[in-house]
Write a protein that binds this ligand. Structure first.
Ligand code: ADP
Ligand code: ZN
Length: 755
């Protein structure tokens, strides 16, 4: 919710140019403040050597102790110097780096996010400086240009080279030799004879330029009116947020592509954020089909070279469009005109380690600082976003129907109490019959279970002992393919033992419950002729594997797909008509405040894979709670009633989006000192709050994940009314608390995970 909130107003927006009086002049060695990408809150002062002009945002090398560090000029230094370092002891900056300054909008975003999340400013800056190599001088390559002078000897090889350069544009030496089918010696010979001139060109190649003039699909009337509204919000060039709320398959992507085209046409850059960029091959193909070129891609698994080139191209404006994961929010766009957050409800946008922030919410702040338009797209918008629509802060555009007359799938429950699977099996008789029909008709099916591995628990039938991770409060998950027991929290694994580690009885360890591998085993026994494949984060390590399985489904080399939430995302497979959800209740167990909302979103999205084209889709939800509001809403298609109920329940309990939450997570290797510090913090907080503060302190209590990677964990929850901001209080408490150095405190404002 956070960034999208009117109560936390952004810092005033200056124009992007550094005004004359902002220039920090080196006359009598000006003092400048440089923020370093380290775990620090304050900027350090440095001196600028005489005569140099170093505007705000400039990347500079500075000395720090015995090291050299790259930082960003954040403003004028502290002229008064009281409390600061005395002028005589200040060091000079070492160098100004030859890259465009970090834009003002990004600097303000860094300040704002640090303020909002209570993260250290330097740690936030580090996200905007994640490619140190991009700040180094550009590497150069040798290129040649025609001088127009005739060489004294004109061989056929020489003629081919000159012909390639006849347009007057320079060409890289190696490409030139390759294209002319000559040795590089021929090119050098021409240069020596005076016919060519050698120059240097930047080593990186410019990204492809998307062409917004390409013909687009003919839009339906709902689609065109939504597209027109989005185009207008882009050409307005003012801050606005629009929710694009459309059922799965309604053409949301097609529609926001029109906003992308409008921004490109207006000469501005575009950022599209997707929750799982590695799985987005279909999206990339559609982009290419629409705009005739590939967008720049940004995510954490990108190679160093691609990161460097993309970062620089974004800063220089050469990159017109970037599609990326949440970290793309921190790229130094020079002229951003549109941000799209696709699947805005997806919790993958929440970063849970390092700086804890919600990229969707911070994208709202970035759009505001850029005075540009933001589009949030989803078939199942978050309650936070819907609350903002209701409050009039966001516009909303609806796409109520699937494109091209395709029908939404028929969703029904299988009551597992009435129609249970055979003992030790997980596929109920109705689901089995539906799969039979589906394969008989030559169509494709999905079995969805959001659990990796073979079985979530291994239990000793002799003594009841359960195999647990030595480092975490978590059962070890059996994986048959790798023949290991794995902890899904810390990465610990071991070979499955023969004997129970507790009672030493052999041969009594039993796998309990299903994971995708076990469902695959059962399906293979039931349907030996069906070609099946398991798709989880274990089997899909990157874009290549993802493209592989997507291609195999498209070519109908797979009949049955068994997978986790990875298969729920945006894919479009015309032959896929049946979705079976093995355990629809899974996400509701142990539920946090968003359990029902999230389960609804996830199951709706999985269901949305079925029957997206001409063939009708069918979805079976295996559940022990057929009357649960989530199942009822999915089967009846009555989303609004469900959401209204959810929103009312949150309102009643003061939960988000009606109220605000912030968590403090304390951890350390010594349980007693963690618990003591947590209690001290809670006491200090409670004592400092006036009676009518509107703030509740809940806890401290051991976290559900009480032990993680060998560290004990306690949680404290701060709950307050919407009108109250918890940050100033938290800051005051944390400043006052004097925690032992071996206890780590982390603040999670607007928490999504309560583990
Ligand atoms: P959503 O993002 O809402 O799930 P998509 O944009 O993926 O929907 O559209 C679903 C399918 O319908 C895609 O294959 C898309 O190419 C197609 N489609 C949507 N709108 C149109 C249109 N106006 N003309 C042609 N095809 C369309
Ligand atoms: Zn573990």
């Amino acid at each position: 919710m956070a960034g999208n909130d009117a109560t936390l107003t952004p810092p005033p927006r200056g124009d992007n140019m550094v005004r004359g009086d902002d220039k920090l002049r080196g006359d009598d060695a000006a003092r400048i403040a440089v923020l370093l990408p380290l775990g620090l809150n304050t900027a350090y002062d440095y001196l600028v050597p005489d005569g140099e002009i170093v505007p705000e945002g400039t990347f500079v090398r500075v000395p720090l102790g015995s090291r050299e560090v790259t930082g960003v000029v954040w403003g004028a230094g502290d002229a008064e110097a009281d409390g600061g370092v005395a002028r005589g002891r200040l060091k000079e900056i070492i160098a100004v780096l030859p890259v465009p300054p970090l834009p003002e909008s990004v600097r303000k975003l860094v300040d704002w996010v640090a303020e909002y999340t209570l993260a250290k400013r330097g740690a936030v800056l580090r996200m905007a400086m994640s490619v140190p190599a991009a700040l180094e001088p550009a590497k150069m390559r040798v290129a040649f240009l025609s001088t127009g002078n005739e060489p004294e000897r004109l061989t056929p090889a020489r003629r081919r080279v000159l012909k390639l350069l006849a347009d007057g544009l320079p060409q890289g030496a190696t490409e030139l030799a390759r294209e002319a089918a000559v040795s590089t010696g021929v090119v050098k010979g021409l240069a020596e004879s005076g016919a060519l001139r050698q120059i240097s060109l930047p080593a990186e190649l410019a990204p492809e330029t998307p062409d917004w003039r390409q013909p687009r699909a003919t839009l339906s009337s709902d689609q065109s009116s939504a597209a027109a509204a989005l185009r207008e919000s882009v050409t307005d060039a003012t801050f606005s947020v629009t929710l694009l709320d459309g059922v799965t398959g309604s053409g949301k992507t097609e529609v926001y592509f029109e906003a992308v085209a409008a921004a490109l046409e207006a000469g501005r850059q575009v950022l599209v954020m997707l929750p799982e960029i590695a799985l987005s091959t279909q999206w990339l193909e559609r982009f290419r089909a629409r705009f005739g070129s590939a967008p720049c891609i940004w995510h954490s698994e990108l190679g160093q070279r691609a990161r460097r080139e993309t970062w620089r191209a974004v800063a220089s404006g050469a990159a017109r469009i970037v599609v990326g994961a949440r970290s793309a929010l921190w790229l130094p766009f020079a002229e951003l005109g549109l941000i799209v957050v696709d699947e805005e409800h997806d919790s993958a946008f929440k970063q849970e380690d390092g700086v804890i922030y919600h990229a969707r919410d911070m994208a709202v702040m970035r759009a505001r600082l850029e005075s540009c338009s933001l589009v949030l797209s989803s078939a199942t918008p978050s309650l936070e976003t819907l609350a903002n629509v209701r409050a009039g802060r966001y516009q909303s555009l609806d796409l109520p129907d699937r494109h091209g007359g395709a029908q939404l799938p028929h969703i029904e429950v299988v009551d597992m109490r009435d129609e249970p699977p055979p003992r030790g099996a997980w596929i109920s008789p109705p689901l089995r019959a539906a799969l039979e029909d589906c394969f008989a008709a030559g169509q494709q099916a999905v079995l969805f279970l959001n659990r990796r591995g073979y079985a979530p628990l291994t239990l000793c039938r002799a003594c009841g002992h359960r195999l647990q991770c030595p480092n975490c409060t978590a059962w070890l998950v059996a994986h048959r393919f790798s023949d290991t027991l794995n902890c899904h929290h810390c990465g610990y694994y071991q070979r499955p033992p023969e004997a129970c580690p507790k009672c030493k009885v052999e041969g009594k360890l039993a796998a309990c419950g299903p994971g995708v591998e076990r469902v695959a085993e059962e399906a293979a026994a039931l349907f030996p002729n069906a070609r099946s494949e398991i798709v989880t984060s274990d089997t899909i390590a990157g874009p290549d594997e993802a493209a592989g399985f997507i291609g195999r489904i498209e070519k109908h080399e797979i009949d049955l797909l068994i997978g986790t939430q990875i298969i729920a995302k945006g894919h479009h497979f015309p032959l896929l008509t049946l979705v079976g959800v093995i355990d629809a209740d899974l996400g509701l167990a142990g539920g946090d405040l968003r359990a029902a909302e999230r389960t609804y979103q996830l199951l709706h999205q999985v269901a949305g894979r079925a029957g997206r084209a001409q063939l009708a889709g069918r979805v079976l939800l295996q559940t022990y709670m057929p009357e649960h509001p989530v199942m009822a809403a999915l089967c009846s298609g009555e989303r609004e009633a469900f959401l209204t109920r959810e929103a009312e329940a949150r309102e009643q309990h003061g939960q988000p989006p009606a109220g605000r939450l912030a968590a403090v997570i304390l951890s350390g290797r010594h349980e007693a000192s963690v618990a003591d510090t947590a209690r001290a913090l809670a006491r200090l907080a409670r004592n400092s709050l006036p009676r009518d503060s509107g703030i509740d302190i809940l806890g401290p209590a051991p976290a559900p994940l009480a032990l993680l990677r060998g560290r004990y964990r306690y949680r404290l929850l701060i709950k307050c009314a919407r009108a109250v901001l918890p940050q100033p209080w938290l800051r005051a408490w944390l400043d006052e608390l004097d925690p032992p150095s071996r206890v780590t405190l982390r603040v999670d404002v607007d928490p999504y995970s309560f583990l």
